[in-house]
Design a protein around this ligand. Sequence first.
Ligand SMILES: [Zn+2]
Ligand SMILES: [Zn+2]
Length: 557
Amino acid sequence: MSAPNPVEHLSYLACLAEIRGANDAADLRFAVSRLNGLTPGEAARLEQRIRQPESPDIPDIPAVAVWRLRELASGGGEAALRASRAGIPALLRGLLELGAATPEQTAAFARDLGVVTLPDLQAALEDGRVQRVMHTAAPRVRTAADALAGEVPPVTLGRAVEILTAIQTRITHHCPQLDDVVMAGGARRFEPLVAQLVLVGRAADPAGAVEALCAMPEVDDVLHRTSRRVLLRVHHHEIDVRVAAPDDYGTVLFNHTGSSTHVAMVTARRRPSLHAREEDLYAHGALPFIPAELRNGTGEIEAAAAGRLPQLVQRLDIRGDLHMHSTYSDGQDTLEAMVAASAALGYEYMAISDHSRSAAASRTVTLDQLARQRDEVLRLREQYPGITILHGIEVDILPDGRLDFPDVVLERLDFVLASLHDAARQDGPTLTRRCLRAIAHPLVNVITHPANRLVGRRSGYALDFDAVYAAAADTGTALEIDGAPSHLDLDGEHARAAVAAGATVTIDSDCHRVRSLDRQMRLGIGTARRGWVEARNVLNCRPVSEVLAFVQAKRNG
Ligand SMILES: [Zn+2]
Ligand SMILES: [Zn+2]
């Protein structure tokens, strides 16, 4: 490898410092301009002084540049570049390492386009801004963006909410000058997979607030900063924090909540202007406020304009949780602990629904244990008179569509959930027949996580969903919106179609531990809201008498 050119080396480092928003950038740029102005004789003398570390400061060359040049002269140039690249946003590092953009182009992305994350880049490719920097080489960046998208898997919603909530708490503690710090981006819209972790906050002095954010002890590195934005690395995650001033908080929150389709559609209805509240921004576009979960460009603008937005289900509407596990099967906490926690959440009722014998769960409940559980339920009913405890089960739907516990057992239970846990290598039509047979069973009240998808890992069964919705509506069987972060199933799109077809849904936690009961219920509610679901569509928004009537009506045929 040829000896690195000092001017190129300092320029590269200047670009990296500029991306970070570090003070060194100006000094390094100044040194580059000085070096470029030297005569060959002056350059040779400078090189000699660089090689003599004991020589005093070099006039007109900032100390940081001298230090960098000495590092280069002693063979440490490559390592220095590598270390500096590690301190910039993953996207820009990726573009450099793939050779898709030069250091100057990469710095221009950050400085001129505000592009430092993959969603930033995707938006800039979409609206043609990348061409301004790259000209004819723009397609190379598109190819690199696709490659990088495959390399960095998005974060699941459950994890995203966990990470962002923890950081929100730390910000409240360390940065009192910031208020109204909320999740934005995909997490605010309850996207099952979140492409970028984003927070939006408000401060009278945004630059001062950015300063305070950078100084938080939890921050491992500051990858990029401007007076209104900072990209922090916290435990290997990049957190994009936008700091709005009080008079544009609504606009900043709206823009960074997305989706890009929704933002473009609303923006087309209004002249550009800044708003303190999102409500004002929508009003400026002659629209009522549109909840974040609906902002997907799937008819919400038209519905809002016509005054026909749904009355979305809320946490306060939920009266009970009909799906959870205990140590009788693969849960982490005892039945009593789950009952106590459900009562503490203010639920009027709950159903315990451990796994039956065929489930692939790590533990399942046998018929003997089910009888013992029955006795414990009776005891707990006396101990916890404030909450109605329903004795239920989550039975497996066997490959031929039968259930894995006999009817005489199921008849004695208050509530029966049925699940297609194991695909048994069957195709969509076979799985659909199997599901329909369970729906037709008079003792089955809910089909849990109907598509049996695993967020980010398995897209879910190719069921004939229209047939499933119709049969569910016909027979008085509910379809579940399962709030476990690995499921979130039915997803928003399917839930919307299910209620449109007249089906009743349940929103359940499918929880295996006390500490996630509320969190998973909230993920389920957010998913339901993405599906335009209203409280009137939801079985567990009804009083327990109506839940029992729903069960009885099906049993009576
Ligand atoms: Zn299940
Ligand atoms: Zn379950």
